[in-house]
Design a protein around this ligand. Structure first.
Ligand code: ARG
Length: 269
């Protein structure tokens, strides 16, 4: 995670961002610290990326890249505003003894924001990867080769759900939160074939960033939790921790976007 020292809405690169809407810096800091506590209490161990002046979206570490064991594939950001982040992200991973495997230039892929592993019981993990709005489908074959993992490409069709992690949230070996309307017909089929027990989120729930939740064991840390969804999740044995991150939603990101999982193992080796 990266502290929000320099977080603000300084440009508009997704439909949620409006530069005329001010961010309350103190509130953002308090919300972020509360998220840190909730994650820690759930059992997560957090590593820190230093904030950098002029890179307000660096807090959204989900987009830093893809992690598989000690291999790191740096993101290639679509928008010039975020491209300078990669140098800082890569420095962190080199510092922490990761092997860096860059994507070829010219291919865009926004890290774990657009690619999430799902491992159905008894089957090798599959990387579900979103494309069109922020990532190139052509990057998926390269990722598959670099990491030795099967990739299922799903097209994202709603600009408001511009990253996969706003529409798809793996929960365990059977379940994931899924916003069907975020995908085209084929993408819906891919997800339905992969996830044995999808839990549907309605579009209005997705637009409240309910899908952008972090799972730590059986705790789900969510930006908000509609009663309907809470009942389903508690019935499935999860406990829910709500962390309001309203200031970050002004930039189009919530709980999950503010984190990058480092304990990911995709390849079988
Ligand atoms: N303002 C950031 C952007 O548009 C938000 C990133 C949200 N990250 C995510 N993983 N969905 O790039």
């Amino acid at each position: 995670m990266c502290p929000p020292d320099h977080f603000e809405v300084a440009y508009e690169i997704n439909p949620w961002m409006h530069t005329e809407v001010a961010v309350d810096g103190d509130l953002a800091r308090a919300q972020w610290e509360r998220l840190v506590s909730a994650l820690t209490e759930a059992g997560a161990v957090i590593e820190w990326l230093s904030p950098v002046r002029g890179l307000p979206d660096l807090v959204f570490t989900a987009n830093a890249g893809l992690v598989d064991g000690h291999v790191y594939v740096p993101a290639r950001f679509k928008n010039p505003e975020r491209q300078p982040e990669t140098e800082h992200d890569t420095a962190w991973f080199l510092d922490h003894q990761f092997t860096v495997k860059p994507l070829p230039e010219g291919l865009v892929l926004e890290g774990a924001g657009d690619a999430l592993p799902f491992a159905a019981r008894g089957r090798p993990p599959v990387l579900v990867a979103g494309y069109r709005i922020r990532s190139d489908v052509r990057a998926h074959a390269v990722v598959s080769r670099l990491l030795g993992v099967a990739v299922r490409s799903v097209e994202l069709v709603d600009p408001r759900l511009y990253h996969l992690d706003l529409a798809f949230c793996p929960l365990d070996a059977r379940r994931a939160l899924v916003v069907w309307a975020a995908f085209d017909h084929y993408g819906r089929k891919v997800v339905a074939d992969l996830v044995p027990e999808p839990i549907e989120l309605l579009p209005e729930e997705a637009f409240a960033f309910v899908g952008n939740s972090v799972v730590v064991g059986d705790v789900i840390i969510m930006p908000t939790c509609p009663v309907r969804v809470g009942r389903l999740l508690e019935g499935a044995g999860f406990s829910i921790e709500v962390c309001d991150v309203s200031e970050f939603i002004k930039a189009g990101g919530a709980c999950r976007c503010l984190t990058l999982a480092l304990d990911v193992r995709l390849s079988l080796g």
